[in-house]
Design a protein around this ligand. Structure first.
Ligand SMILES: Cc1cc2nc3c(=O)[nH]c(=O)nc-3n(C[C@H](O)[C@H](O)[C@H](O)COP(=O)(O)OP(=O)(O)OC[C@H]3O[C@@H](n4cnc5c(N)ncnc54)[C@H](O)[C@@H]3O)c2cc1C
Length: 254
C-alpha cells in the first residue's frame, strides 16, 4: 500500500489489490477493501505496525426491486481468461426448507478448478439468502477451500433459515460428482448437436420451459424405462431430475 513517497499510501478505489483467485493485481472499487486497507494504512501511519493488504475477491451484491444478484471471486469467463482449467456447476435450491412458508429459489453457480476442486468463485441470483451463500464462498476461498471442504461445512440450520443440505452444499455435491466422474457435467452453452439429449422432465415442467438448442431431444419422463444404446445427455429442470435420470441410466449400462 505504500507508494514511492513513504508518507503516502495507496488505498481504496485509487489502488490495485492482490486478487485472491489468480494472484494477479486488479482494481476493486468496493467499500470493503477500501475500509480494510484504510484501517491498515492508518495503523501503520500511527504505530508503525505493518500488515499486508488482504487479497480482494470482488465480493459484491445488488438488489433490483425484489431480485438479488451477486458474485464473489472468479466468474467462469474471468477464470478462462486467466488461463485456469475450470468447471462450473449450476443448482437451483430453496433459500430455506421448502415446507416452511416463504421459501424462495436461489440460482447458484459454483466455479472450481478441474482436478484440485479448488473453489474459485460463485454467482447467485434469487431473493433472501443470496448474501449468506456468497459470504460462505468468499470465506471458503479466503482459506483456499475446495469443493470437498464446502461439502463438509457445518452451517446453521433450522427450517426458517436454511436446509440441512444448503444450496452451497448441493453445489459442492454436484461438483464432487463431476470431479469424481459419477455425473460429469456439461456447461449450459455447450453445443448439443452431437449428443442424444434425453429430456426427463415431468410433463408440466416441459410446458413451463421450452428446451433450447436440442430439437432432437427424446422425451423420456423419469418414470418410464431407459432408452436403447448411444451417447446420451440428461437434461431437465429442476436439475436433480437429471441426476436421478443419469444414475438410473448409468445403472443400466449407458
Ligand atoms: C452511489 C454509490 C453506491 C455505492 N454502493 C456500494 C455498495 O453498496 N457496496 C460497496 O462495496 N461499494 C459501494 N460503492 C463504492 C464505495 O463507495 C467505494 O468503493 C468506496 O467509498 C471507496 O473508498 P475510497 O476511500 O477509496 O474513496 P471515497 O470513499 O470516494 O473517499 C475519497 C474521499 O476523498 C475526498 N477527496 C477527493 N479529492 C480530495 C482532495 N483533493 N483533497 C481532499 N480530499 C479529497 C473525497 O471528498 C472523499 O471524501 C458505492 C459507490 C457509489 C458512488
Amino acid at each position: 500500500m505504500r507508494t514511492s513517497d513513504p508518507d503516502i499510501y495507496a488505498v481504496g478505489d485509487a489502488a490495485e489489490y492482490a486478487y485472491g483467485p489468480t494472484g494477479g493485481r486488479m482494481r476493486v472499487p468496493l467499500a470493503g477493501p477500501a475500509n480494510k486497507t484504510g484501517r491498515l494504512a492508518g495503523e501503520h501511519a500511527a504505530t508503525g505496525a505493518s500488515r499486508p493488504a488482504p487479497a480482494a475477491r470482488g465480493t459484491s451484491i445488488v438488489r433490483v426491486f425484489e431480485k438479488v444478484a451477486g458474485i464473489t471471486g472468479l466468474s467462469m469467463r474471468a477464470a478462462l481468461k486467466a488461463g485456469l482449467d475450470v468447471r462450473a456447476v449450476h443448482v437451483t435450491a430453496n433459500h430455506h426448507a421448502g415446507y416452511f412458508p416463504g421459501a424462495e429459489e436461489i440460482l447458484f453457480k459454483l466455479v472450481y478448478e478441474n482436478g484440485t476442486g479448488r473453489v474459485l468463485g460463485a454467482q447467485a441470483v434469487g431473493g433472501p439468502g443470496v448474501d449468506k451463500r456468497l459470504d460462505v464462498i468468499s470465506t471458503l476461498t479466503h482459506f483456499n477451500g475446495t469443493v470437498h471442504d464446502l461439502a463438509q461445512l457445518d452451517l446453521a440450520y433450522a427450517p426458517p433459515f436454511g436446509s440441512a443440505k444448503d444450496p452451497v452444499h448441493m453445489a459442492a455435491f454436484a461438483a464432487e460428482n463431476d470431479l469424481d466422474g459419477l455425473a460429469r457435467l456439461l456447461q449450459p452453452d455447450v453445443d448439443l448437436t452431437p449428443f442424444q439429449v434425453v429430456d426427463v422432465r415431468d410433463p408440466d415442467e416441459v410446458l413451463e420451459l421450452r428446451l433450447v438448442g436440442a430439437p432432437h431431444a427424446k422425451r423420456i419422463p423419469l418414470n418410464e424405462p431407459a432408452p436403447g444404446s448411444g451417447s446420451w445427455i440428461r437434461r431437465c429442470l429442476p436439475w436433480f431430475h437429471a441426476i436421478r435420470g443419469s444414475g438410473r441410466m448409468s445403472a443400466r449400462g449407458f
